[in-house]
Design a protein around this ligand. Structure first.
Ligand code: NAI
Length: 324
């Protein structure tokens, strides 16, 4: 029997993993996140399944390894929350490289449309029979320019969606996609010409706070920024400042650099100490969602089937095609 310790479990995870789990596997679902203090729960389990906001640092990894965990199976694409240098040679790590690029790209467009046409505000007004439309003026996306940073699986789909709206699309990626009809430009040009900038690159040393005070000043006044990738791609204070100065028109954020202890939980009874987050949330032109861009049935099913497949490949000694 392969014993699996599953961390940060939500009801929607359990539905799909129970469905894909095989007879030779046994899953123990833990609600809490994986971090140095909870890692000991994985003692005597063969596999740990973890997610984006688990803290998989050196301490966590050493506890897993010392306690006999043989495989770390990430049920997500990103792995910036793992100390890879420490893990190397000690524990293999697998991931789900893509589960539904459509889910994330469509969510990015949903955020843009909602912000532009003030749908989030209209929803609240009409519930109170306030049928005024003052302050709701948007702009046609048709003919506007979208700047897409990162043209991998998600970025490419977002580009197609934008083209469907009649937008001109500029893209930046140090590793351009071959054979695609994508107009690549340097980052500076993308910043200076785009009406909308959407981030679809991973969080790396090069992209950490790629949107900062200096880069925002290179953008058009009135730019809308959408981030469905990773919170730390944006320096939040700089974004807040630019929003307050009405330099940035609007921001759609599915991720936030300090999201780890907040997102995915009901914090409505807590006083939020993060002032930047509180101010962002209070703005009518900021739309925050809780790292939910991936959350479609198709994506959840793919996450479960690929993760279970990764675990089977490991124990059946097949090549690990999704190894990090
Ligand atoms: P991908 O690996 O297919 O594409 C990433 C692209 O970014 C590649 O083309 C790569 O060359 C490019 N890139 C690398 N360094 C760059 C740089 N310095 N500047 C610009 N581009 C750069 O990844 P995919 O599947 O498209 O995902 C993109 C990101 O979306 C992930 O890294 C992850 O952070 C995020 N994501 C968010 C989810 C959510 O629920 N909000 C769910 C899944 C992914």
């Amino acid at each position: 029997m392969i014993r699996i310790a599953f961390f940060d479990t939500k009801p929607y995870d359990k539905i799909w993993f129970d469905r894909y789990c095989t007879d030779s596997m046994e899953i123990k679902y833990f609600e809490g996140k994986l971090h140095p203090d909870s890692a000991i729960l994985a003692r005597n389990y063969d596999v740990v399944v973890a997610f984006v906001n688990d803290n998989i640092n050196e301490k966590t990894l050493s506890i897993l390894v010392e306690n006999g965990v043989k495989l770390l199976a990430m049920r997500c694409a990103g792995y910036n929350n793992i100390d890879l240098a420490y893990a190397k040679g000690k524990i293999p790590i697998v991931r789900v490289p893509g589960y539904s690029p459509y889910a994330v790209a469509e969510h990015a467009m949903a955020m843009l449309l909602c912000l532009n046409r003030k749908i989030h505000r209209a929803f609240n007004r009409t519930r109170e029979y306030n049928f005024s439309i003052n302050g709701f003026t948007g702009w046609d996306l048709h003919g506007k320019t979208a700047g897409v940073i990162g043209t991998g699986k998600i970025g490419q789909i977002f580009i197609e969606i934008c083209k469907g709206f009649g937008m001109e699309v500029l893209a930046y990626d140090p590793y351009p996609a071959e054979g695609m009809d994508i107009h690549y430009v340097e980052l500076e040009e993308l910043f200076s010409r785009s009406d909308v900038i959407s981030l679809h690159c991973p969080l790396t040393k090069e992209t950490d706070r790629i949107i900062n005070e200096e880069s925002i000043r290179k953008m058009k006044r009135g730019v809308t920024i959408i981030n469905t990738s990773r919170g730390a791609l944006i320096e939040s204070e700089a974004l807040l400042k630019a929003l307050r100065e009405e330099y940035v028109r609007a921001a759609g954020l599915d991720v936030y650099e300090e999201e780890t202890d907040l997102f995915y939980e009901d914090r409505s009874n807590t006083i939020i100490k993060d002032e930047v987050l509180s101010l962002l949330v209070s703005m009518p032109n900021v739309l925050l969602t809780s790292h939910q861009a991936f959350l479609t049935e198709e994506a959840l099913e793919n996450i479960a089937s690929v993760t279970i497949g990764n675990i089977r490949s490991f124990f059946e000694k097949h090549e690990l095609e999704n190894e990090v």
